[in-house]
Design a binder for this molecule. Structure first.
Ligand code: ADP
Length: 628
């Protein structure tokens, strides 16, 4: 008894909740650009054909091996139906249920369950994601899918739904391999059941499908692999159209790279950078976007290992004749050849970005804004490409205009003779950094400081380590050696205003006693001028911002309890404190604790708000003369 015979002939099931939501959006909100339904369905058919072509290379026995690989489209103007048929891989009962009744990709799932009312009408936004098969319900009241898998033991099924919450699956023996989708068109979509309309839409959206698409028996596309043609023959519009096809996009690409290499490996690649970073828009983690081909046969769609994971925003095609055609997915994962292709293409792509930054700085600026975060991820995770990525990093700095960015190379070019290190400091905003204590000493000496405004930045720079032989150093490090400031300057006046050495030493020791275990050390600062105190990191490896991120993500971090508190003994607060400790030690101790907490806050580190607020009230009560 086969497993099939124990399953009822016809079965009606509920769609998964997220599918219902998606269908609701598709049916009620996506009014414009209805014609994309055809692109979505053809694209699924093309995928199914590519998968079949690859299976055929791997499996001995496939069902209906002789039928040509193609997509046929028929329409019936009288009965208002369109049928899209492919001879692809097909789906068995379980696959029909899983593929057409649920949304598998977790990012899409979250996206559709969280989509706001306003966003629901944003076709562009939803298009980024692709409603795929469900686009059929934009134009159809009823969608009928008959499918038979390539596996010998399948028997064929029909899946029917009106998109209202359920679907029914019935056995359907005697059909050919592949999938056939019949749309019973809604009244306002009747006009689509017309040969010339269908032909126009196919030419517009699906001209790059690598299989013949026939409308009423006539092929309407020219099957071509754009990436195998010579660059000089290809028009910009063709690149754009191909991008739309391969990336399932609606807009133009931000940039593209088309290259051919013969040695050491035969590679043809056509890579695109999209306009927008959908990952940062809350769409969940991107799937890789590059398809791997061998001699124009798709080996793996959205290939996982052909580019490093941090380049997952790149879309396009990589084709290498050197790959064996019958390589399995599994073998791809750990193929040394794939790793080599990966290396060659990644290096070439990074070089392309570097060139772009010089030839079209404005485009590169847009790229950096949208995708810089991926390069930072690369700097952290990809040792092999770290140096190339470092050239592409951009940051604001004390020298740039607000909002403008600079490269490490430009920073080095601006460095004064004798400066050996590149400095950076993290903060929530440019304003916060400039108002904080860390940049004071640098500003005074005319030394540029890069502003790292994102949490990931310090990790990236920390991993990069050095650039052009210059160490990258966070300005919140305790052991920075800055040159003396010129004589007769403000600094000298400040030094003169500072507490005498002996008193300063006593104050430091006393403060150290008050703070006890909370600090590694209190010391007199050589750097501060406007601010009374600051926290610096003695260990030289982690910056305060890195510590904050690690703590927030619950990572096991080494003992960070011990910070160094640097104090500015020429600041009136510290001078006053030095007097107060002899007249009212209790209050003076509270002031020390408050100075410490303030410095921690300026370093972006956590303090216990309850204790701090209570303490502040006590100090304030003293101030207003009513501390009973
Ligand atoms: P996506 O194509 O983005 O995965 P869809 O909702 O369009 O999402 O399709 C869901 C799944 O249904 C596909 O991944 C594929 O496995 C399957 N599918 C859709 N159309 C076909 C088809 N014509 N032939 C075979 N499988 C298909």
């Amino acid at each position: 008894m086969s497993a099939e015979s124990t399953i009822p002939q016809a079965e009606t099931k509920e769609f998964q909740a997220e599918v219902k939501k998606m269908l609701d959006i598709v049916i009620h909100s996506l009014y414009t650009e209805k014609e994309i339904f055809l692109r979505e369905l053809i694209s699924n058919s093309a995928d199914a054909l590519e998968k079949f072509r690859h299976q055929q290379l791997l499996e001995q026995e496939v069902f209906d091996s002789h039928v040509p690989l193609e997509i046929t489209i028929d329409c019936d103007e009288k009965n208002h139906t369109i049928t899209i048929t492919d001879t692809g891989i097909g789906m068995d009962r379980g696959e029909l249920e899983a593929n057409l009744g649920t949304i598998a990709h977790s990012g899409s799932k979250t996206f559709f369950s969280q989509l706001s009312e306003g966003d629901q009408k944003n076709v562009h936004l939803i298009g980024q994601f692709g409603v795929g098969f469900y686009a059929a319900f934009m134009v159809a009241d009823t969608v009928r899918v008959t499918s038979r898998s390539f596996r010998q033991d399948d028997m064929g099924h029909e899946w029917v739904s009106d998109g209202a919450g359920t679907y029914t699956i019935t056995m359907c023996p005697g059909i050919r391999r592949g999938t056939s989708i019949t749309l019973e068109l809604k009244e306002d979509a009747h006009h689509f059941a017309n040969e010339s309309t269908l032909t126009r839409i196919i030419k517009q959206y699906s001209s790059f499908v690598p299989f013949p698409i026939k409308v009423k028996g006539e092929a309407v596309n020219t099957v071509q692999a754009l990436w195998t043609r010579s660059k000089s023959e290809i028009k910009n519009e063709e690149y754009t159209e191909f991008y739309k096809y391969v990336a399932n996009a609606f807009d133009e690409p931000l940039a593209h790279l088309h290259f051919t290499a013969d040695a050491p490996l035969a590679i043809k690649a056509l890579l695109f950078v999209p306009q927008e970073n959908v990952e940062s828009m809350g769409f969940g983690r991107l799937e890789p976007g590059v398809n791997l081909y061998c001699q124009r046969v798709l080996i793996e769609q959205h290939a996982k290992t052909i580019l490093p994971e941090w380049l997952r925003f790149v879309k396009g095609v990589i084709d290498s004749e050197d790959l064996p055609l019958n390589i399995s997915r599994q073998a791809l994962q750990d193929s040394a050849l794939v790793m080599k292709i990966n290396k060659v293409v990644t290096t070439r792509f990074l070089k392309f970005l570097d060139e772009l930054s010089r030839s079209e700085p404005e485009q590169y600026g847009k790229f950096w804004q949208a995708f810089g975060v991926f390069l930072k991820e690369g700097a952290i995770s990809d040792f092999g490409h770290r140096a190339e990525v470092a050239k592409l990093l951009r940051f604001e700095s004390s020298t740039t205009e607000p909002g403008a960015v600079t490269s490490l190379k430009e920073y080095v070019e601006r460095m004064a003779v004798g400066q050996k290190e590149i400095y950076y400091i993290n903060g929530g905003s440019r304003e916060a950094i400039e108002a904080g204590p860390y940049v004071e000493a640098f500003k005074k000496r005319g030394i540029e400081v890069l502003y790292t405004l994102e949490a990931i930045d310090d990790f990236a720079l920390n991993h990069v380590g050095e650039f052009d032989g210059k160490k990258l150093v966070s300005a919140d490090r305790g052991d920075i050696d800055l040159p003396e400031t010129a004589k007769g300057t403000e600094a000298e006046q400040e030094a003169a205003a500072a507490l005498p050495d002996k008193e300063a030493e006593e104050l430091v020791t006393w403060m150290q006693g008050v703070l006890g275990e909370r600090v590694k050390e209190v010391k007199e600062s050589k750097r501060l001028s406007g601010s009374p105190a600051m926290i610096v990191n003695p260990d030289g490896f982690l910056t305060s911002s890195m510590e904050r991120v690690m703590r927030a993500s619950g990572q096991n971090v080494p003992d960070f309890g011990k910070k160094v508190l640097e104090i500015n003994t020429s600041h009136p607060l510290l001078k006053g404190l030095n007097n107060l400790r002899t007249t009212d030690e209790l209050l003076a101790k509270s002031v020390v604790e408050q100075i410490f907490d303030n410095a921690m806050i300026q370093a972006g580190l956590m303090v216990e708000p309850r204790i701090m607020v209570e303490r502040t009230y006590k100090i304030l009560a003293r101030l207003v003369g009513n501390d009973a």
